[in-house]
Design a binder for this molecule. Structure first.
Ligand SMILES: O=P(O)(O)OC[C@H]1O[C@H](O)[C@H](O)[C@@H](O)[C@@H]1O
Length: 299
C-alpha cells in the first residue's frame, strides 16, 4: 500500500482535501464533511461529482455524499418524535442543519493498511439553530479496498433526542435508464410521488421516470448493476433499516440551477438512512452509528 497523499485544494469558496491511498482517490470538503467524489484507479467514479455542482459557503452541494441530520427531507413528513425536537417558528431547512456548515477535521491517519479521515461537529452550547440539544457528531471515512463511511451521534444531554438521518450518496452510473438495483424484491416502500402510498416492490428496481421512494426494512446489502460499465456497486449498510432511492429525471433536473439538464442520466441516489419507523431515539449518554461500505465488482 502506498503512503497516503493528501493535498489541500480550494474549490471556489470551499476548503477541500484530495486524498490518494492505494488505488483510491477521494475528494472531501470541510463544509458538511461532504465527500465530493470517490474513484478507484481504472474505473469510472463510484461517487458522482456533478460537473455543475456549486461550491459556495453556506450552500448545500448537490453531489457526492451530503449528510442529512438531525432530520431527513421535509421535517413535516417526519414522525412527530423527530418534529418535536425542533423549537422554531421559522421554516425548517430540508435535510436538517449540518450539510452546509463547516465541520472540524479531526485527523487523517494510516490505520494498518487503511487510511482513516475523521470529521467532528461538537454540538455548540445551546445546540444548533432551532434545535436545542447536545448531540455530538462524528463522520469517519475509511479507505481500504472499499470506502467506509460512518456517522456517529452521541447524546451528551440529559433528555432523549430523536433524529432521522441519511448518508445521501449520489452514485455514478453509465446511464440510469440502463441500470437496476438488486436487494429490494418484496420490500414495502413509500411512494412519495403518489400521495405517500405504501406499495410492495416486485423484482429488481429499474428506472423509467422520476423516482423518490423510501424503502422500509431494508437488508444490509443492496447493489447497483451497471452492465455498460460492467460493474456492480455493492452497498453494505449498518445501523440502518431504511433507504431512500432518488432520481430527479428530466423536469426536476432541468429546474435545478446546479445540475446539467441531462445530469440525471449519470447519477442515482441510494441513501442509507434512518427514516420513518426507523428513526433513532438516543437516550442520555447513548450513541448510534449509521454506516455504509461501498465497493465494486466486475460483472
Ligand atoms: O434538493 P435537496 O434538498 O438536496 O434534496 C434532494 C432530494 O433528496 C432526497 O432524495 C429526497 O427524497 C428528495 O425528495 C429530494 O428532492
Amino acid at each position: 500500500m502506498s503512503t497516503p497523499n493528501v493535498e489541500a485544494v480550494k474549490l471556489d469558496e470551499l476548503n477541500c482535501w484530495r486524498i490518494r491511498h492505494g488505488q483510491a482517490e477521494l475528494l472531501v470538503a470541510q463544509q458538511g464533511a461532504h465527500i465530493l467524489s470517490y474513484q478507484v484507479a481504472g474505473q469510472p467514479p463510484l461517487i458522482w461529482l456533478n460537473d455543475e455542482a456549486v461550491f459556495k459557503a453556506g450552500k448545500s452541494i448537490r453531489a457526492g455524499v451530503p449528510v442529512c441530520w438531525p432530520w431527513f427531507g421535509n421535517l413535516a413528513r417526519n414522525p412527530q418524535s423527530v418534529q418535536a425536537m425542533r423549537i422554531s417558528s421559522e421554516p425548517a431547512a430540508p435535510h436538517g442543519l449540518v450539510r452546509a456548515i463547516d465541520w472540524e477535521l479531526g485527523g487523517i491517519e494510516a490505520e494498518g493498511e487503511s487510511l482513516k479521515i475523521e470529521f467532528l461537529l461538537p454540538c455548540p452550547e445551546g445546540g444548533l439553530p432551532g434545535w436545542p440539544h447536545k448531540v455530538d457528531l462524528k463522520l469517519s471515512i475509511r479507505l481500504d479496498e472499499q470506502l467506509h463511511i460512518s456517522l456517529t451521534s452521541h447524546n451528551q444531554g440529559t433528555d432523549t433526542v430523536t433524529i432521522s438521518q441519511a448518508l445521501h450518496s449520489y452514485f455514478a452510473v453509465s446511464d440510469v435508464r440502463n441500470v437496476h438495483v438488486e436487494g429490494l424484491d418484496g420490500l414495502s416502500y413509500i411512494e412519495t410521488l403518489d400521495d405517500w402510498k405504501t406499495v410492495t416492490q416486485s423484482g429488481d428496481l429499474h428506472f423509467t421516470g422520476e423516482t423518490d421512494r423510501i424503502y422500509l426494512d431494508t437488508p444490509t446489502q443492496l447493489s447497483i448493476v451497471d452492465p455498460s460499465w460492467e460493474r456492480r456497486i455493492e452497498l453494505t449498510s449498518s445501523g440502518s433499516r431504511s433507504a431512500v432511492i432518488w432520481n430527479p429525471w428530466t423536469e426536476r433536473a432541468a429546474a435545478f440551477s446546479d445540475m446539467a439538464d441531462d445530469g440525471w442520466q449519470r447519477m442515482l441516489c441510494i441513501e442509507t438512512a434512518n427514516v420513518m419507523g426507523d428513526v433513532v431515539a438516543l437516550a442520555p449518554g447513548a450513541s448510534h452509528t449509521l454506516g455504509v461500505s461501498i465497493g465494486s465488482k466486475v460483472l
